[in-house]
Design a protein around this ligand. Structure first.
Ligand SMILES: [Zn+2]
Length: 309
């Protein structure tokens, strides 16, 4: 090897070291993440409930972090929900569905993408479900459907309100019709909850899309959204291509969806527990008042509007 070859090889090594981009795994294992002003320490972001202090971006969080915020740190019980047989359709695309499930479980430490928990808000027992975006994009399939139904059943048996923290790209294509049927199953379950006069509150988080938006995320008595969340059915580009019109800049954000009436209020993460607590106390009082005192119902409806404004 002559000196010219040595210099070229050394140059290539330096070039590849400079240009080596961090993988998703590198970022996940690092103490740093990034936001508007570049790198930010995860522990600093965590102190602010994973909301950027500069641009107010509400970063995606895990179900347990969500429950910590809703109910207080570790102040809740997590339930083990039924897991149906994996891969009912024996699906393979670029990778087998069984392998995809295996790596999602390894990555998240969860059996499925949705977790059910029970805790207290303002001393009121509440059942909640939340999804993990790192589990196959929090898509909905039979195991997640079972988790949702388990949560509703628990809420009905224990007479608690039910909170759904929605997230996910939609129904999981690897389970085809079986995943689509979760839209019907969750809708029927919500109807049963409502028949019992138990409140159903949806907290819509980034991103909530596809069949999730078209079913359980839009059936709440109240729809709360975190600021800046993507809330959509089909993607913006698909819609733009179909209607052949320029769509507004903030199309499919919480703020836009609130304007069009699908979201009742937008609440910052730090205020969510308190806001849900106030709304639930009003909704529960209103439910008991409906059959007894019409005036009280009017009064509570008025309070509800006040809380929501
Ligand atoms: Zn930021």
């Amino acid at each position: 090897m002559n000196w010219i070859t040595k210099i070229i090889k050394a140059g290539e090594k330096i070039k590849s070291a400079i240009h080596k981009r961090a993988t998703k795994e590198d970022i996940a294992n690092s103490d740093w993440t990034s936001c508007c002003k570049g790198p930010i320490l995860k522990k600093d972001l965590e102190k602010n409930l994973w909301v950027c202090p500069d641009c107010n971006k509400h970063h995606r969080i895990k179900p347990k972090q969500r429950f910590d915020i809703l109910f207080g740190k570790n102040n809740y019980e997590i339930f083990k929900t039924p897991i149906p047989n994996d891969d009912p359709l024996n699906w393979t695309d670029s990778k087998s569905y069984k392998d995809r499930l295996k790596s999602a479980r390894k990555k998240t430490g969860l059996d499925c993408g949705m977790i059910v928990a029970c805790g207290k808000i303002n001393d009121l027992k509440v059942t909640a479900v939340a999804s993990d975006f790192d589990f196959l994009g929090a898509s909905m399939a039979s195991a997640e459907g079972e988790a949702f139904l388990y949560g509703i059943q628990y809420a009905i048996e224990n007479k608690t309100p039910f909170i759904c923290v929605s997230a996910g790209g939609g129904m999981r294509m690897m389970e085809s019709l079986i995943s689509l049927s979760q839209m019907t199953r969750t809708t029927l379950a919500i109807n049963e909850l409502k028949d019992q006069n138990l409140p159903y509150v949806v907290l819509i988080t980034d991103p909530t899309a596809g069949g999730i938006t078209a079913s359980y995320a839009m059936l709440g008595d109240i729809h709360i959204a975190e600021p800046g969340s993507l809330i959509a059915f089909a993607g913006k580009r698909v819609i733009q291509g179909t209607v052949k019109e320029e769509l507004p800049e903030n199309f499919q954000t919480s703020e836009y969806v609130k304007e069009t009436g699908f979201v009742d209020l937008i609440v910052e993460r730090k205020d969510i527990s308190e806001k849900i607590g106030s709304l639930l106390s009003i909704l529960l009082k209103r439910n008991s008042a409906i059959s007894t005192d019409e005036n009280e119902t009017t009064e509570n409806t008025r309070s509800l509007s006040k809380v929501a404004s």
